[in-house]
Design a protein around this ligand. Structure first.
Ligand code: TXE
Length: 490
């Protein structure tokens, strides 16, 4: 293996250079400095990874479930053991506070492996007896072969393993690509898999840009399924390339989620959680509640309180334990988020933030102050486009009917957060909100058995629990006819 600052491909259990010898810079978001180089792979590297996956498949797909589960549990244990180095790498790569990486995200990567290790031993398929026709139908759930997992930069190891774990649990071999902005923890996972005894070729990790490495994965004829999480525009492109090849496709895309606050809510709990739904991970979580709608009677108080809380968040070096907000992921993303501040001046009133933050010693880092913008219409760009930074809008509403119109008047439908103590209202609204997940008096609580995914431009398909196990398997019906006459043998 090369030094930590050189990120190689992981193919057939070995770290290898890209065949083209092309590299991209790895830039630290907190300093703006180049800290290493990343393999920029192309179709040749993807072909080598596919070959490795194909040769591993026959044996892995026939490996007893208990053995697969045992190896995956070991991977989870090793992630736990290497928590600190993984958290440091995650924080340095993405600019996120180390405490977030250490306490939430990397532990969840271990949980992903543990959950699917256990789930595969409980997975069952169906049987249908064709009564009166003397036949029984048995549904086999077979692995697909080589599948691909393409993941984004905002929750790197957490989302990478969320796809890889069910893919290998079901007996597939994987060609996976992490984001070129955050390649390190996925790269470290290769070594962990070797140590845990995962056979070579079961997980292959291709590094590099979406347009080269990612595109080659989409186009490889032997890849049977694509599980993708990323931006909606990229998802649309992925769908266009993959659909004519009739590959299975799962898309988890962007969000523009409403955070709906009624006056009868538990105010303190709502306020504390809303600070998280607005600014956690610098607002770079697809489930963040970036459009806040507040019932009129508490609107002014809420506005003042949210601004006070936002201004008291500590923006600082990601490595410090008391940092609340780190850097956003890259210079282009920093520019994109800040470009909305000009729009904000036309479409609303900036109540706080709205500009870069200067962190001493990190003057070239991509830090942005938590920003709250008051808007008077939901039909503005600030409320219709995914900004994906520490930026929220606030706006009052008077009735449930008005609120529902506002909440659903958007092209996305990933999640919604609802704050109320009224059970009837909870059910009324939950049924009508266009979103794959409705958090009521909560946010980001995880139960891995539940379906996860979005309506509208937020994606196609669901992940989680049985949904993931079904996605990574092909059902095959075996119809067995039988003789139904009792034999009168002596
Ligand atoms: O992500 P991309 P970007 C949103 C967010 C953000 C916007 C763009 O609004 O501002 O998307 O982010 C790979 N073939 N989300 O451009 O491009 C890429 O290498 C195959 C929301 O950074 O979607 C990476 O591994 N793969 C989202 C992955 O796709 C390709 C999280 C995601 O990158 C490819 C991230 C191609 N042609 C951004 N092009 C969420 N839902 O949480 C790119 N990729």
């Amino acid at each position: 293996m090369m030094p930590d600052s050189t990120i190689l491909n992981f193919i057939n259990g070995h770290y290898v250079e890209p065949k083209s010898k092309q590299w991209i810079d790895n830039i630290c978001p907190a300093t703006g400095k180049v800290v290493g180089k990343i393999a920029n792979s192309n179709a040749e590297d993807v072909a080598a990874a596919c070959l490795a996956a194909e040769s591993a498949f026959e044996s892995w797909s026939e490996t007893p479930l208990e053995k697969r589960a045992h190896i995956m549990m070991k991977i989870a244990d090793l992630i736990d053991q290497q928590m600190e180095s993984l958290a440091v790498a995650e924080s340095q790569d993405g600019g996120k506070p180390i405490t977030r990486a250490r306490n939430i995200e990397v532990p969840r990567a271990a949980t992903n492996f543990r959950f699917f290790a256990s789930a595969i031993t409980q997975f069952s398929s169906e049987a249908h007896e064709s009564v009166g026709q003397n036949a029984i139908n048995i549904t086999l759930r077979q692995p697909l072969g080589t599948v691909s997992c393409i993941s984004p930069w905002n929750l790197p190891l957490y989302l990478f393993t969320w796809k890889v774990a069910p893919a290998i649990a079901t007996g597939n071999c994987v060609v996976a690509k992490p984001s070129e902005l955050t390649p390190r923890t996925a790269s470290m996972l290769g070594e962990i898999c070797n140590e845990a005894g995962l056979p070579p070729g079961v997980l292959n990790i291709i590094q590099g840009q979406g347009t080269t490495a990612g595109q080659a994965i989409l186009e490889h004829p032997n890849i049977k399924a694509v599980s993708f999480t990323g931006g909606t525009a990229t998802g649309e492109h992925v769908a266009r390339v993959v659909a004519p090849q009739f590959k299975k496709l799962s898309l988890e895309l962007g969000g523009k989620n409403p955070n709906i606050i009624f006056a009868d809510c538990n105010y303190q709990k709502m306020l504390a959680t809303t600070v998280q739904t607005s600014f956690a991970n610098q607002g770079q979580i697809c489930l963040c509640g970036s459009r806040i709608f507040v019932e009129q009677p508490i609107y002014e108080k809420f506005k003042t309180d949210l601004v006070t809380r936002a201004q008291s968040l500590k923006i600082g070096p990601p490595a410090l334990p008391d940092t609340d907000l780190g850097a956003v992921v890259s210079q282009p993303h920093f520019d994109k988020v800040l470009s909305y501040m000009d729009i904000a001046k036309q479409e609303g009133t900036i109540l706080c933030g709205g500009e870069p933050a200067v962190v001493p010693g990190h003057e070239n880092g991509f830090f942005i102050k938590p920003t709250v913008i008051e808007v008077s219409s939901n039909r503005c760009r600030l409320n219709q486009e995914e900004i994906f930074g520490p930026v929220v809008t606030v706006m009052p509403f008077k009735s449930e009917t008005e609120l529902l119109g506002l909440a659903n008047d958007v092209g996305f439908g990933l999640s919604a957060t609802l704050w109320t103590r009224d059970l009837d209202r909870t059910m009324r609204l939950s049924k009508k909100i266009d979103a794959g997940v409705v958090w009521v008096n909560s946010w980001l609580m995880r139960d891995l058995r539940t379906p996860f995914g979005g309506f509208k431009n937020s994606g196609v398909g669901r992940e989680g629990g049985l949904e993931s196990l079904r996605f990574f398997t092909e059902p095959k019906n075996v119809c067995i006819a039988f003789e139904n006459n009792l034999k009168n043998e002596p």
